[in-house]
Design a protein around this ligand. Structure first.
Ligand code: ARG
Length: 461
C-alpha cells in the first residue's frame, strides 16, 4: 500500500504536523468547482486528441460531475490527508470511476492545473465585483440626482475652500468607481490566459491541444511559454492592485462620512439600520460601517504587498511559495465584495444628508472670498491685486466678527470704488456655485450635464 498520494518513491508517511503544514485543502476547497470544470475540459481535450478513448473520457466527465453533485450536497469533505483540492478530486474520481480515474492527470501537472483553477475563480469574481461596482455607482448617481442644488462646503487641507454642489462631490466618487470598473475589465483580459497544458514546467510529451481546452474554458488565449505559464502571478498582483485602489476610494468616502456624521460637522444623520450603539454611553450612534471599510482597506494593501514580496525572489518555475497566493486572493475578494456591499447599503439607506445644516454651513464662512476677488478682476482690477485686497477685508471681518455678506455697501465702496450693489448677489452661496461653469466645474449647468453623461455611461456599461 502506498503511504500517501505521491509515487512509490516514498516509503514512509509524512509527519502529521508537516502534513497539516503542507496541506492547502483547508482553503483551496474554494476552488473545487473550477477544478472540476478545468478537469472536464482537460478530459475532453484528451479525447479530442486521441490520447484517451471517448468511453474513458465519458467516464471521467461523469465521475467529475458526480463529485460536483456530492460537493453541492455537502457530501464531499476531504481532509488534510488529501493535501490539496487537486489530489482530493483525483482520489475521489478513482473511487467513483475506477482505474480510468488514474488517466485524468495525463499530460498535465498540478502546477498548470492550480493556475487554471485560480484564474477561472478570479474571472468569476472579477465579473461579480464589476457588477457590484455598478450597483454602488447607481446609488451614488441617485443621490447626486437628488442633490444637484444642495450645497456642501468644499475643502482643501480640510479648511473651508469654496462651496460645492453636493452632486458634484458625489460625482467625484462616481468617476473613481468608473475607473475601478474599467481597470478591473483590463485586469480581466490578462487573467483570461490559459496555463493549462504547460505541464509541470516544460510542456508535455503528449500531443495535447492547449487551444482546445482553453476555448472550452472560455480563455481568450494561452500562455506562449510553459515556464511563464506555471509561474506567472502578475495577474493576481494586478487584481490586488486594482482592488487596493477600489478600497482607497471606498476608504476616502468612509473617512468623509465619518466626519460628516460627527457633531462638529453634522452634515448627515446615520439611520438606525446601519449604525451601532455603545455599551456604556447611551447617547452614542457610531458609524461602524465606514470605519470597518476604512480598516479593512489595510488588509487588501497587505495582500498586495505580501504577494509582491512573495514573488520577488522566486526562481523559475513553480515553487511551493506560490501556494500562498490563494489565501491572499480569497481574502481580498471577500473583503472587496463585503466593503462594496456595505457601502452600497450605507449610501442608499444608512445615512441622510441634512440640507438645512448644509445650507447654514456654506452661508457662514469665507468660502465666497475668491468670488469677491473674481468680481473685481472682472471689472478690470488685476487678479493678484484684488486677491490681496480681499485678504485684508477677510482679516478685518474676522476681527469684527462679521461675514462678507454683512458689509454695508458703503463699506464695500470704501474698500474699492468698483464695488457695487451686485456684490451681494455675487457672494451668495448659490451664485458662488452656479458661477463655476467651466467644464468639469461645480456650476449647476456643468453638474447637470456631468450627471447625464455619467448616467448614460452607467446605463451602457
Ligand atoms: N496546492 C498547490 C498550490 O496551491 C498545488 C500545486 C502543487 N504543485 C506542486 N508541485 N507541489 O500551489
Amino acid at each position: 500500500t502506498q503511504a500517501q498520494t505521491w509515487s512509490q518513491r516514498f516509503e514512509k508517511a509524512l509527519h502529521p504536523a508537516i502534513a497539516t503544514f503542507n496541506a492547502s485543502i483547508g482553503f483551496d476547497i474554494e476552488l473545487i468547482e473550477y477544478d472540476l470544470t478545468g478537469s472536464v475540459a482537460h478530459a475532453k481535450m484528451l479525447v479530442k486528441t486521441g490520447i484517451i478513448s471517448p468511453e474513458e473520457g465519458e467516464a471521467l466527465v461523469n465521475g467529475l460531475e458526480t463529485i460536483r453533485e456530492e460537493y453541492r450536497q455537502g457530501q464531499f469533505n476531504p481532509g488534510v490527508d488529501a493535501e490539496d483540492i487537486h489530489f482530493a478530486v483525483e482520489r475521489r474520481l478513482t473511487e467513483i470511476a475506477g482505474d480510468v480515474g488514474k488517466k485524468l492527470h495525463t499530460g498535465r501537472s498540478r502546477n498548470d492545473q492550480v493556475g487554471t483553477d485560480t484564474r477561472l475563480y478570479l474571472k468569476d469574481q472579477i465579473q461579480q465585483i464589476r457588477t457590484q461596482i455598478l450597483e454602488f455607482q447607481g446609488v451614488l448617481l441617485d443621490l447626486a440626482t437628488n442633490h444637484v442644488h444642495t450645497l456642501i462646503p468644499g475643502y482643501t487641507h480640510l479648511q473651508r475652500a469654496q462651496p460645492l454642489s453636493l452632486a458634484h462631490h458625489l460625482l467625484a466618487y462616481v468617476e473613481m468607481a468608473h475607473r475601478d470598473w474599467e481597470r478591473l475589465g483590463e485586469v480581466y483580459q490578462r487573467v483570461n490566459t490559459s496555463p493549462l497544458g504547460c505541464g509541470a514546467l516544460a510542456g508535455t510529451t503528449f500531443p495535447i491541444d492547449r487551444h482546445y481546452s482553453a476555448e472550452l474554458l472560455g480563455f481568450d488565449r494561452v500562455y506562449a511559454n510553459s515556464l511563464d505559464g506555471v509561474s506567472d502571478r502578475d495577474w493576481a498582483i494586478e487584481f490586488l492592485s486594482a482592488s487596493s485602489l477600489i478600497l482607497v476610494h471606498l476608504s476616502r468616502l468612509s473617512e468623509e462620512i465619518i466626519f460628516w456624521a460627527s457633531q462638529e460637522f453634522g452634515f448627515i444623520t446615520l439611520t438606525d439600520s446601519c449604525s451601532t450603539g455603545s455599551s456604556i454611553m447611551p447617547q452614542k450612534k457610531n458609524p461602524d460601517v465606514p470605519e470597518l471599510v476604512r480598516g479593512k482597506t489595510g488588509r487588501v494593501f497587505g495582500h498586495l504587498q505580501g504577494l509582491l514580496v512573495l514573488m520577488k525572489g522566486l526562481p523559475l518555475a513553480y515553487n511551493k511559495d506560490l501556494q500562498e497566493d490563494k489565501e491572499a486572493l480569497f481574502d481580498a475578494v471577500k473583503t472587496v465584495k463585503g466593503c462594496l456591499e456595505a457601502m452600497t447599503i450605507l449610501l442608499s439607506q444608512g445615512m441622510e444628508f441634512r440640507p438645512q445644516r448644509l445650507a447654514e454651513a456654506v452661508a457662514e464662512d469665507f468660502s465666497n472670498a475668491t468670488d469677491v476677488a473674481d468680481y473685481l478682476a472682472t471689472k478690470g482690477v488685476p487678479f493678484r491685486e484684488a486677491y490681496n485686497l480681499v485678504g485684508k477685508v477677510v482679516r478685518t471681518c474676522l476681527e469684527s466678527g462679521k461675514l462678507l455678506k454683512d458689509l454695508t455697501l458703503d463699506e464695500w465702496k470704501s474698500l474699492h470704488p468698483e464695488f457695487d450693489v451686485d456684490i451681494y448677489d455675487a457672494i451668495a452661496p448659490l451664485q458662488v456655485v452656479a458661477a463655476r461653469n467651466s467644464y468639469g466645474g461645480t456650476g449647476f449647468e456643468q453638474v447637470k450635464s456631468a450627471l447625464q453623461n455619467a448616467r448614460d455611461r452607467w446605463e451602457a456599461a
